[in-house]
Structure formats: C-alpha cells, structure tokens
Ligand binder design. Structure first.
Ligand code: NDP
Ligand code: 8X3
Length: 259
C-alpha cells in the first residue's frame, strides 16, 4: 500500500473518522483544519496506532493564500494525492432569510463553497497529471431539499451538489472519480458550531434519534474508495433509519419495532 489521502476538516466529526478509517487501511494521511492542537493529537494517535505516515497542515480553507502555501508545502512531502476528501464545512446560525446574520452567511459561503474550490483547484491538476485520483465531496441532504431556516447553508450544499456534477464531467477524460456523499443528521460537532456553542440546543437536535455517527460516513467513504477501478459512485444520500428526507424525520419512539 502506497496511497495518500488528503482530508479537509479532520479535527472533528466526519473528517477525523475518515482519517482514522484510511489510516487503518495503511494510507498516508494528510489531515487539515484550523485547530493545530487537535491535528497534533490525531497525528500522534494515527502514527502510534497504525504506523502510517501522517502529515498535519493547519490552515483556514477560506484563506486562498493559506491554502496555496499549505498545499505547496504538501507537494514537497508527498509526490501525489490519490484521494481528496472535501469535507471542511459548517452551518452557522439557523434564522429566516430576513433575520440572518450576514457574517454567518459569509462564513458558510467562504468555507463550504470557496474553500472547497480553493483546495480542489490545487489538487485536481495533480490528479490530472497522473490520470487517476478520486475526489469525494461531502454534501448534505440539505443540498437536495431545502428546509425552514436552512436558506444559506442549503444553498452552499446545493452548490456542492452542482460542483460535484461539474467536476465529474470536467475530470471524466482523466479517469478521476468524483463522488458526493450526502449525509442527513449526524452527531458530530456540527450542531454545536451551528448554534454558536449552545450545548443544550445542539444536544436536543439528536434527542430521541439514533442519528448517523461519523464512523458511518467514514465506512461509506472507504466503501466508495475501495470499489474496482471501473466503478464510480457519483452521488449517494445517506440518512439514519428514521430520517427520510431533509424535512421529514421521526423519533425512534415513533418507529414500529420489528416483532
Ligand atoms: P464538525 O464540526 O464536527 O467538523 C467540521 C470540520 O470542518 C472540522 O474539522 C473543522 O476544523 C473544519 N472546518 C470548519 N471550518 C473550517 C475552515 N474555515 N478551515 C478549515 N477547516 C474548517 O462537523 P461535521 O463533521 O459534521 O461536518 C463535516 C462536513 O459534513 C461539513 O461540510 C458539513 O456541512 C457536512 N455535513 C454534516 C452533517 C451533520 O449532520 N453533521 C450532515 C451532512 C453534511 P477546524 O474547526 O479545526 O478548522
Ligand atoms: C447537515 C444536515 O439536516 O442539519 O448538513 O442540514 S442538516
């Protein structure tokens, strides 16, 4: 095994679980995020547990020159990237369009959309040169169906959906796989961030729901990445058992239990 994965937003949630999953499989893992201490902890954990090479790069995906510098440095440390996981992202706030905080809107647009583009623009040419690679974009059910007060977050995830389709077309001649994984409600730090650190409100989001866990998404990413070379999952929506769409979910207690 001599394969390398780059994961944005690996200090928490899906990104961290994906790093752990691919390290377990022997990948060289490039982990990124803004929180340096968490990156250092994860690097030490993965190196110790799996004996793999881990490169930690602290940068803000919203900052174009930071992205270019970090990936420039990365290119001196690894000759190629087999898989890019565009995962870094957030929801910030949940207000109707006439009350939304414009700083929240900008954080979401700059991270979920522009950050994904900045990183992709650096990595896609490396893949094109080798005529191989795999880009996994983490979208959302919010990018498939808009929900109340989801406005700008949903818009960024609709954009991820559009970009996923566009990348698939543009990179098709180079044998580069492009996959969108669109999760529904998942228990990570997502709601804590969305509600600006309000732990009670974040916890309530998952009460009575057997929500997706980060490891579920990591297993799915691994499945998509380990299919035969001629098979590409283009788009995949995944929810917990009691969520049907981004606007329709029931509580565990409402589910008819199997006899
Ligand atoms: P977490 O909050 O647990 O993780 C988010 C990650 O993104 C962190 O590692 C964070 O790192 C990173 N990140 C955020 N902003 C930036 C930035 N400006 N620059 C660099 N890294 C950044 O949430 P999830 O794991 O749930 O979210 C991961 C992705 O999954 C997001 O794109 C989210 O929209 C999407 N998603 C989440 C769902 C859920 O219900 N949890 C469902 C569907 C999709 P740091 O703060 O250290 O920079
Ligand atoms: C995160 C899932 O339903 O909170 O993308 O938008 S949701």
């Amino acid at each position: 095994m001599d394969k390398t994965i780059l994961i944005t937003g690996a200090t928490s949630g899906f990104g961290k679980a994906i790093a752990q999953r691919f390290a377990k499989e022997g990948y060289t893992v490039c982990i990124t995020g803004r929180r340096e201490e968490r990156l250092a902890e994860l690097k030490a954990e993965l190196e110790k547990q799996y004996g793999v090479k881990v490169i930690a790069l602290a940068f803000d995906v919203r900052n174009r020159s930071e992205v270019e510098d970090a990936i420039g440095k990365l290119k001196t440390q690894v000759p190629y990237i087999d898989i890019l996981v565009n995962n870094a992202g957030l929801a910030s706030g949940m207000a109707p369009i006439d009350e939304g905080d414009i700083d929240d809107w900008e954080a979401m647009i700059d991270t979920n959309l522009k950050g994904l583009l900045y990183v992709t623009r650096q990595i896609a040419p490396m893949m094109r040169e080798r005529a191989r690679g795999h880009i996994i974009n983490i979208g959302s059910t919010a990018g498939k169906m808009v929900y109340k007060n989801g406005n700008v977050y949903c818009a960024t995830k609709y954009a991820v959906d559009a970009l996923n389709q566009a990348m698939r077309i543009d990179l098709l001649p180079y044998g580069i796989k492009v996959t969108a994984i669109n999760p529904g409600m998942a228990e990570t730090e997502f709601s804590l961030v969305r509600f600006h650190g309000d732990e009670e409100r974040a916890k309530n989001m998952y009460t009575g729901i057997n929500a997706l866990q980060a490891t579920d998404i990591a297993d799915i990413a691994w499945y998509c990445a380990s299919l035969p070379p001629h098979v590409c999952v283009n788009d995949l929506m995944v929810t917990c058992l009691t969520q049907a769409t981004s606007v329709y979910a029931i509580k565990e207690a409402e589910r008819v239990k199997p006899s």
